[in-house]
Design a protein. Structure first.
Length: 193
């Protein structure tokens, strides 16, 4: 996935800080990832957030103090950060402040860490669903890549094809993984207060 290449450790702390860009500006409503990044974590999260917003029986709520960030964007940003291993609201707030495209999209009214914590508490179910969907999109992309009809697939052996029971197990895994990431964020925020 394209985002992951930019986030691989280089051994040089200065270079790692420069390349640890999260592409948060691409998650702002109406700003789709480039065609070359359609199979990136950013694209999976953006698609999952849009679907979750449409399908959710209860609306995704952004705290009024979070500024002019649309619900879909905030859901995408928080879910994306959790998917990339950034859990603490202070860390997410720092990343948002460092992303020029995101700052521009919200007229420099970047959500504060307490806004991010409140958003997470108000929308835990929506974040959970977004992460689960993104994990399933990623799994589908891997399966597509290994499809026997794909002429570009590697000569390496393909992963085993999932049968019905394994599909259910994968969905259970996606749910547990999403829940663990949200729990980790809650724990980190609790420890930082």
């Amino acid at each position: 996935m394209n985002d992951d290449v930019k986030n691989t450790p280089t051994g040089d702390p200065k270079k790692e800080r420069e390349t640890a860009e999260l592409h948060l500006g691409q998650l702002v409503s109406g700003s789709a990832p480039a065609a070359s990044q359609e199979d990136s974590v950013t694209a999976f999260i953006a698609k999952a957030a849009a679907e979750t917003i449409k399908e959710s029986p209860k609306p995704v709520v952004v705290p009024k103090t979070a500024g002019p960030v649309p619900p879909e964007s905030m859901l995408g940003v928080v879910s994306y950060c959790y998917a990339k291993g950034v859990y603490g609201s202070n860390d997410i707030g720092r990343k948002l402040n460092q992303d020029a495209a995101f700052r521009l999209s919200c007229q420099n009214e970047v959500p504060r860490p307490e806004d991010i914590r409140r958003f997470r508490r108000l929308n835990r179910e929506a974040i959970q669903k977004t992460l689960e969907k993104a994990l399933r999109f990623a799994r589908a992309k891997v399966a597509e890549t290994w499809s026997p009809s794909n002429p570009f697939r590697s000569k390496s052996p393909a992963p085993a094809t999932l049968v019905s029971g394994q599909q259910e197990e994968l969905q259970g895994f996606a749910g547990r993984e999403a829940s663990e990431r949200i729990d980790k964020a809650t724990f980190i925020d609790g420890m930082s207060m």
